[in-house]
Ligand binder design. Structure first.
Ligand code: CAA
Length: 379
């Protein structure tokens, strides 16, 4: 077996690293403290092609593919995990249009999303429907040539700043995963407004809001795919999304490892640098090993996607392992910092908070295990 990163993929990685070092690292701590969503910086990411990496170039994307996307996202997350989730969800939001959009829909929205002139979001979760999106109640009722949408969505990443939102709502009488359909909603549509903005533990420079729909009228031409295909649209988008979150988690974990190595090399106790103690070295060795494994699992899932193979199982494995690794690495990094790690003066405090979301969104670790087990038993 051989797996080599091409020179083009390496170039994209270096471009993302350079951007993140210059534009994200100097600001990330301040954005986190003040809860600022960095609109202009995200625009710059769009201009660099980082928000439409899976979209072919003839549709406005960079056509870089999933492996290059994962490598770039890891670099962004290493410096600012919040910007990484923005990048991940923006890329996720191109997938439904890419797979289910008509030529007109692609022209109207996908090109803008891929070029970065539009920002896309993904609205699935509801107050009573998180791990079980099949129980959603937001309704879209057909009236002549319009759908009338009522209900609310929660925890929507950059919902406040998105120009275009992929919305899943119930169009049929069927219960569960049947009778759901996908729509494109434009910001500013009458009857659609932004509700509560969440104050989060971490990822505080990523915007997370509630979306409220009250008799919101959407033209029938905004329906994505066939009526009743909404759950499939969402699951296919989430397969890709999970590669994004796994990549974000690897980037966070690498940042934790770096902080741990730097700090333990400088910190002296009992007359020597604490990095010379075996207790510390073994913690670092375990984290480094897990991070390497998480990275390969993530790239393997991305590689399957690039080769047009099914990657549901691999994306869930990568998301599960990488997010758990981000958390164990953050725990380790904070632990070796001792009391200093528990203060706002050290970067590990932010990394510890940022890592926590990765085992929760885009399917909890428990949901990933359900997906993996189903695929394994199918085999
Ligand atoms: N690709 C294509 N089709 C799929 C699929 C996939 N990955 N997964 C399921 N389906 C299809 C099934 O084949 C089935 O089709 P048929 O009815 O034709 O047989 C249909 O969808 C229903 O599937 P299930 O019976 O498996 O559905 P379920 O109700 O048991 O749920 C689940 C499965 C995996 C648990 C799913 O509900 C799930 O992934 N839950 C987690 C939701 C989630 O990840 N939410 C994240 C919100 S977005 C977010 O966090 C973004 C952000 O802002 C950061």
């Amino acid at each position: 077996m051989s797996f080599e990163i091409s020179s083009e993929q390496e170039m994209i990685r270096l471009m993302a690293r350079d951007f993140a070092k210059k534009e994200l690292e100097p600001m990330a701590a301040q954005w986190d403290r003040q809860g600022i969503f960095p609109v202009d910086t995200i625009k710059k990411m769009g201009e660099l092609g980082l928000l439409g990496m899976m979209v072919p170039s003839d549709l406005g994307g960079s056509g870089a593919g999933a492996v290059a996307y994962s490598l770039a996202l890891q670099e962004i997350a290493f410096h600012c995990a919040s910007s990484a989730v923005t990048m991940s969800v923006a890329n996720l939001s191109t997938e439904p249009l890419l797979k289910f959009g008509t030529p007109d829909q692609k022209k109207k929205w996908l090109t803008g999303l891929a070029e970065g002139s539009l920002l896309g979001a993904f609205a699935l979760t509801e107050p009573g429907a998180g791990s079980d999106p099949g129980s959603m109640t937001t309704s879209a009722k057909l009236k002549k040539d319009k759908y009338i949408i009522n209900g609310s969505k929660v925890f929507i990443t950059h919902g406040q700043y998105a120009d275009v939102i992929n919305l899943i709502a119930r169009t049929g009488q069927d219960k569960g995963t049947k009778g759901l359909s996908a729509f494109i909603i434009e910001q500013g549509t009458p009857g659609f407004k932004i509700g509560t903005k969440e104050e989060k533990l971490g990822l505080r420079a990523s915007n997370t809001v509630e979306l409220v729909f009250e008799d919101c009228e959407v033209p029938i031409k905004n329906l994505l795919g066939n009526p009743g295909e909404g759950f499939k649209v969402a699951m296919l988008a989430l397969d890709s999304g999970r590669i994004g979150i796994a990549s974000q988690a690897v980037g966070i974990a690498r940042a934790c490892l770096e902080e741990a190595v730097l700090y333990t090399g400088q910190r002296r106790q009992f007359g020597k640098s604490i990095s010379s103690f075996e207790a510390i070295r073994f913690m670092v060795a375990d984290a480094a090993t897990k991070i390497e494994a998480a990275s390969w699992l993530t790239l393997a899932a991305a590689d399957r996607k690039d080769r047009g193979l099914k990657f549901t199982r691999e994306a869930s494995m990568a998301k599960l392992f990488a997010s758990e690794t981000a958390n164990s690495s953050a725990y380790m990094a904070l632990q070796v910092h001792g009391g200093y790690g528990y203060t706002k003066d050290y970067k590990v405090e932010r990394l510890y908070r940022d890592a926590r979301a990765t085992t929760i969104y885009e399917g909890t670790s428990e949901i990933q295990r359900i997906v993996i087990a189903r695929e394994v038993f199918k085999e």
